[in-house]
Design a protein around this ligand. Sequence first.
Ligand SMILES: O=c1ccn([C@@H]2O[C@H](COP(=O)(O)OP(=O)(O)O[C@H]3O[C@H](CO)[C@@H](O)[C@H](O)[C@H]3O)[C@@H](O)[C@H]2O)c(=O)[nH]1
Ligand SMILES: [Mn+2]
Length: 753
Amino acid sequence: MANTVSSPLCQKIPIKVNKLNRAIDLTILLLLISILVYRLLSFNKNHGFTWVLAFVCEFWFALEFSLSLTTFWTPAEFKTYPEILLQRDAAELPAVDLFVTTADVVLESPIVTVNTVLSLMAVDYPAHKLACYVSDDGCSPIILYSLIEAFKFARLWVPFCKKYDVQVRAPFRYFSRDDSFPPSDDDKKSPEFHPEWRRMKEEYEKLRQKIEEATKGTLKIVCSGEYAAFANTNKSDHPNIIKVIWENKERVPEGVPHLIYVCREKSPNCPHHYKAGAMNVLTRVSGVMTNAPFLLNVDCDMFVNNPKIVHQAMSSFLGLKPQECAFVQFPQVIYNQLKDDPFGTQMVAAFEVIGHGMAGIQGPLYAGTNCFHRRKLIYGFSLDNADFQGKEDDEKVLLKESFGNSIEFINSVTQILKDDISPVQDISIAAQLSSQATRCDYEHDTVWGTKVGWGYGSITEDVLTGMRIHGEGLRSVSCMPSPPGFLGTAPTSGPACLIQRKRWATGLLQAMFSKNSPIVTTLNAKLEFRQSLAYTWVLTSPLGAMFDMFYSLLAAYCIITNANFLPKAHEPAMLILVARFLFQNLQQLCFFLRCGFSVRAWWNNVRTAKITSATATVFGVFSFLFKLVGISDVVFEVTQKDQSDNSSDEHSNHKDGTSKNVGRFTFDESPMFIAGTTFLFVHLAALTLSLFGQHDEVGLGEFLSSVWTVLCFWPFVRGLFGKGKYGIPSSIVLKSAGFALFFVHLCRRASVG
Ligand SMILES: O=c1ccn([C@@H]2O[C@H](COP(=O)(O)OP(=O)(O)O[C@H]3O[C@H](CO)[C@@H](O)[C@H](O)[C@H]3O)[C@@H](O)[C@H]2O)c(=O)[nH]1
Ligand SMILES: [Mn+2]
């Protein structure tokens, strides 16, 4: 497929690392090791358990830091030159199937999904090479209705975008920005632009209103006719519903891409594997219907921000050796940024280190959204067509064993295997044929979720799936065009943030401690050693957070029991600890400043990490353990999506932060807040006790450590006095006070006993 090109389409370029940074890294590492040495040398029987626990934590900090160092040792980035592809004939460009997943009309407002879909359908790529599939795990007629209406609008919107070269093709965003009108000087001259722009805005407003009415229920969707299949269904028990909303019958490049609604069958007795399951169904349905060799998957809130993204991705796929480009990941850039990142959701540091760091090894992680895949690799085939060689006769039988019994789907798989794809004639007929592959028991006795498709067994299916692909010895590419390829939302409330972090903690540990663990994969398969270390670093990050929490609990424990675990202020060893603390924090601060963030944003990230470790991570880790021993199952709790196109709400103040409560931490009845509040109370109790009573053993270190924790938990301190959602519910405060008292009591008993 890849024509030989004279000029490069894509290049991997190493990033120079500042020598001073390297020196600081090594200094921190040395300090961390010195702390361990101090711990071993100063051990005596009197210290007992506190010393051992402190050693374990410090050992972990050193290990975690070393893993991050090996990850960031040879950073790199990719540069793409799509101009060459843009000149190519449409016929030469490969087809791409576009997947959007949505799961809950309440948490994920249909207008958000619709904007994502519209932005995808309007990308600058020959329309007959694209098909957009929307998976609805919520089985909601509102989504179908919204998509049908969205398509009507798309017939105007797509040509408009292409004619005026609109940059942001998610209408809510285009019409909300001051610079959307007029977009460029050229268009100012064109007399038709004005009226067309106005019409488009009116049409979008009508669409938005219709969807809003349907969502609020003021417009009732009757379950008959087109919607008959939705009668008597509920989210977890319903038949499969596939609707071809639009087929680009003439296959015209200037038209609107196919649009298909997919709701897989669900039954309470059949595991559905959440998003991973939905992705696998989309893979099969699209296989039968359009069978494009490339797939793009986005979450419902990640709209296209750069209309050339498909060209960008294809530049890597066609410009690099196939083994060098298994998938192309675009970063998740957040647009609903609150001033100074109060919830630490932008995770700049993490993305920078993981993105560039891993790009310099075997390639970035698959992050679940904004990612282009090769269908062949999703099917677990090798890129050199070595599969099934010489086994022509058994081929179909073998394929059925792995891929399930749908003849139509197996035929499509065979085409992918042989790189010989013949386009389907009639999408509507193909849709009926794909129905079998959306049955909830379809995957029974197959290797879906293990060797084929999106991986099961971790609630962060993305990391697991990406790791399987890296395990084949293949590399991935990160693509960071300007403007960014996709923009999306991050949670903007306390509860939503914690739910997301909790899921990640569980999912990462599930991926770490499974037979797909990076350590196993590097021993048994072709995962590169340093890539394996990088994965280990990411996947064990919830453990690091746990140890961080234990470490600060130790401080409280020591104050309460008049003991110590840190060197005294006059001991020289204290200097090592202080130096490590300062170096690590200052290094992080400099990094934030270099990335263009404020000191405040850095501090917000520091405290979010601390808050998360004592709340979401603890629950995430327990959820992982409970699943491990079979007490309870892990559930994918969908993140609440922010809808900041609504200019009347408080988010209109995003950037300037004038509204006084923007970014203020919010609370609800979630037990995660009991953990956090208890943690805060324990430290407050410790600090209060330190003012009274005999404290000859406790040193300055323990005291400062506790003060630092309370400072990090300042949003909770404010929450104690806040009202409404800004206040910690009194039931939570009471329970937490009880737990904290109990803890203090236990500490005292332990120290006496
Ligand atoms: O049963 C489910 C649950 C979720 N989803 C979809 O999965 C996507 C991601 O869910 P979201 O709640 O937005 O999770 P995030 O925490 O924001 O997602 C991050 O983490 C996930 C893994 O935990 C990845 O799958 C995502 O791509 C990544 O953006 C959304 O489009 C959902 O509609 C489903 O289709 N079915
Ligand atoms: Mn999301």
